[in-house]
Design a protein around this ligand. Structure first.
Ligand code: NDP
Length: 279
């Protein structure tokens, strides 16, 4: 408990929100680290995100996760931003401290942690293909480039958006060859292919050639579910190793917990529990 005698309050804000796994994940983290907090769901009206946040702050709220469709509004609402939130142009984590609303983005580091630590995959020196140029792809750019890949190619259905990402992140590319291309131009194999499109939500696969996958390729879909996604099925049929985005979900949540509480929770047991629920 805090010095006012009440538990520190956190929420995940979205619309819809009933499906969110964040309360279960964060409550497990709190139990594991013996942190006194409460974490719930907050359904904000589609035209009432900022008001919902301000009301939560007035009630003593200490922080929030932000999900669809409010990540851009959270970015605009924040009074200060971390470097990775600025790079992503979107916020999935808010921390309330007096009058300050800190905006952060933990999605990209969640992805990289899942790949690098949980999957034991060293990104340094690798040829990476990033499919998609929406919010999730944008959030992944800085953490991916900070992992020192040899090459990063971005391909998107709307090529102009991939070009925009290249322009924006070129200054952070360091030794990495950073380029954009159309799906149809992809003919060579990659070490790592990350699906950051929402095609899997429509049971669809981006139209890429089978040659982008080889036996040594790791094919990572940010989406997760009970069954391997269509992208994972397509990649596996070409002999690739596959992984879904459940670990990314858990790792981005752990990073948010660290931002709020200064304590890093273990993630393996939470990941295993969520995986068991999906099977
Ligand atoms: P956005 O809506 O911001 O972007 C969607 C992207 O997918 C765009 O690049 C869009 O292309 C592309 N796209 C949509 N439909 C198709 C299609 N049928 N074929 C090819 N490309 C398509 O979504 P987000 O970036 O927020 O999310 C992307 C995915 O990442 C979602 O599946 C989401 O669930 C997942 N995600 C997972 C997280 C996790 O923790 N595991 C966290 C965040 C996201 P265009 O520009 O042409 O419209």
């Amino acid at each position: 408990m805090n010095d006012t005698g009440s538990f520190a309050q956190y929420v995940v804000i979205g619309n819809p929100i009933a499906h969110s796994k964040s309360p279960e994940i964060q409550t497990r983290f709190a139990a594991d680290t013996a942190q006194d907090l409460r974490y719930g769901r907050l359904l904000a009206p589609l035209n009432g995100f900022a008001a919902a946040v301000q009301q939560f702050i007035a009630q003593g709220g200490k922080g929030a996760n932000v999900t669809v469709p409010f990540k851009l509004q959270a970015y605009a609402l924040a009074s200060s931003l971390t470097a990775r939130a600025k790079a992503a142009g979107a916020v999935n984590t808010l921390k309330f401290d007096g009058a300050d609303i800190l905006g952060d983005n933990t999605d990209g580091i969640g992805l990289v942690t899942d790949i690098a630590r949980n999957a034991g995959y060293d990104l340094a020196g690798k040829k990476i293909l990033l499919l998609g140029a929406g919010g999730a792809a944008r959030g992944a750019m800085l953490p991916l480039l900070q992992s020192a890949p040899l090459q990063l190619v971005i391909a998107n259905r709307t090529p102009a958006k991939a070009d925009e990402l290249i322009q924006k992140f070129q200054p952070c590319a360091q030794g990495c060859a950073l380029t954009a291309c159309a799906f149809a131009d992809l003919q060579q194999p990659f070490d790592l292919v990350i699906n950051a499109t929402s095609a899997s939500l429509q049971a669809d696969v981006p139209p890429i050639a089978p040659q982008v996958f080889g036996a040594a390729t790791l094919a990572y879909d940010m989406m997760y579910g009970r069954q391997p996604t269509p992208f994972m099925q397509f990649a596996a049929a070409q002999g690739a190793q596959v992984r879904d985005g459940l670990g990314m979900l858990v790792e981005q949540a752990a990073e948010s917990f660290f931002v709020w509480r200064g304590v890093r929770p273990r993630t393996d047991a939470v990941f295993a529990a969520l995986r068991a629920q999906l099977s």
